[in-house]
Write a protein that binds this ligand. Structure first.
Ligand code: RIB
Ligand code: CA
Length: 316
C-alpha cells in the first residue's frame, strides 16, 4: 500500500536528492514538506524546496515553514562548513527558477494534524535538525505515541562529522533530538554508521547529465559540487555520502539496512554534547522505541537510488 510521507528538510544538496528520491518512489505519496534550518537559513531552505518541487514536476506539494532555530538559542547562523559543502544557496550555487508557489507558516501544526489524520499510514522523514519534531512533541501529547519517524542523524558506531562525537543534524539541536528519542515515538535512526558507506561519484552523475533534461542537469550540477566538497573534506571516501536519500530509502524499504533495536538518547551536557548513544536509564526496558541502522546493503541501495532519481530526472 502507498504510504503518505512528510519530508522535514534543511535543503541542502542531499536533502534535494532525498526529495527527488521520495518523488521518484511510487510507494510514497509526498503530502507536504516542512522546513527547518541547518545547511541554510529556514527561508533559503523553503525557497529551495519550492523551486525543486516545481523542477521535479510536483508544484502542488505544500511547503510549510518550521522553527527558525533551536529553542535553546536566540537565532541561527549557517556554519562555514555547511556553506562549503552545500554552497551559499544550499544547492551548490545552481540557479533555479523562483517557484510560483509560496511557503505557508505552520510546519509544526501540519505535522501534528497529519499524524492525527493518517496515523500508521504516514511516515515522517526528517533530514535536518529535530527542532520541528521536538516542538510537535511538546505541543501535542498524542504526537509521540502515534508518529512513525525516520531520521537522518547521529552516529552510533563511528565518530561524528562536526566533532568526534556529534553528527551535524543532531549537533544543531541536541536537546531537540534527545526529546525525540526519549518521547517514546517510533524512531528509525539512519546515521553516519551507514550513510558514509553509500557513496556517489561523478560516474553516477554523468548518467543524469546524459539525460539532458533541466532536472537532470540541475541534479548533476549540484551533486558534482557536493562531490567536489567531499574530495576536500573526506578524500578517503572517494565520493559523497548519500545521507538524506538513504533515510528515504529506508522509509520505503527498511530491508535495505540492518536495524538494531535500542533506546537512544543524546548527550546534552559536557564535551560530548550531541553524541547519540544508548540510554542507560532505559537499557532494560522490554520496549525499544528506536532502531539504529548499523549495516546497509550498499549495492542494492545505490541501484534503487539511481533508478528513482533517474525517473524524476528523465521526466522533468
Ligand atoms: O550529517 C549529514 C546531514 O547534515 C545531512 O542531513 C546534511 O544535509 C546535513 O544536514
Ligand atoms: Ca539535511
Amino acid at each position: 500500500m502507498q504510504k503518505k510521507a512528510i519530508l522535514d528538510l534543511d535543503t541542502g544538496i542531499d536533502d534535494a536528492l532525498a526529495l527527488a528520491y521520495a518523488l521518484g518512489s511510487p510507494e510514497l505519496e509526498v503530502i507536504g514538506v516542512t522546513t527547518t534550518y541547518g545547511n541554510v537559513l529556514l527561508e533559503t531552505g523553503a525557497a529551495n524546496d519550492l523551486a525543486l518541487l516545481e523542477l521535479f514536476g510536483a508544484p502542488e506539494v505544500p511547503v510549510y515553514l518550521g522553527e527558525p532555530h533551536a529553542q535553546t538559542k536566540d537565532g541561527f547562523e549557517v556554519l562555514e562548513i555547511s556553506a562549503f559543502i552545500h554552497g551559499q544557496n544550499g544547492i551548490g550555487e545552481v540557479e533555479l527558477a523562483k517557484a510560483a508557489a509560496a511557503a505557508q507558516p505552520g510546519a509544526v501544526d501540519f505535522l501534528i494534524s497529519s499524524v492525527k489524520e493518517h496515523g500508521d499510514d504516514l511516515v515522517i522523514i526528517a533530514t535536518g535538525p529535530m527542532t520541528n519534531l521536538s516542538a510537535a512533541i511538546a505541543k501535542d501529547e498524542t504526537f509521540a505515541d502515534n508518529a512513525h519517524i525516520v531520521i537522518m542523524g547521529g552516529a552510533l558506531t563511528v565518530p561524528g562529522n562536526v566533532s568526534p562525537w556529534a553528527e551535524a543534524n543532531i549537533n544543531q539541536d541536541p536537546d531537540a533530538a534527545n526529546d525525540l528519542f526519549r518521547s517514546g515515538a517510533e524512531v528509525t535512526m539512519i546515521g553516519l554508521d551507514v550513510t558514509l558507506q553509500t557513496l556517489l561519484t561523478k560516474k553516477h552523475t554523468a548518467q543524469w547529465r546524459e539525460l539532458g533534461t533541466p532536472a537532470a542537469i540541475a541534479l548533476a550540477d549540484m551533486t558534482d559540487y557536493y562531490i567536489k566538497a567531499y574530495d576536500t573534506t573526506a578524500p578517503h571516501l572517494g565520493g559523497c555520502g548519500l545521507h538524506d536519500p538513504l533515510a528515504v530509502g529506508v522509509a520505503v524499504d527498511p530491508s535495505l539496512v540492518t536495524l538494531l533495536p535500542i533506546n537512544l538518547k543524546v548527550d546534552v551536557e559536557g564535551e560530548t554534547r550531541g553524541r547519540t548513544i544508548g540510554d542507560e536509564v532505559r537499557l532494560n526496558d522490554q520496549v525499544r522505541t528506536s532502531r539504529a541502522a548499523v549495516a546497509v546493503d550498499v549495492d542494492r541501495f545505490l541501484n534503487e537510488f539511481m533508478t528513482r532519481i533517474g525517473r524524476v530526472a528523465a521526466a522533468n
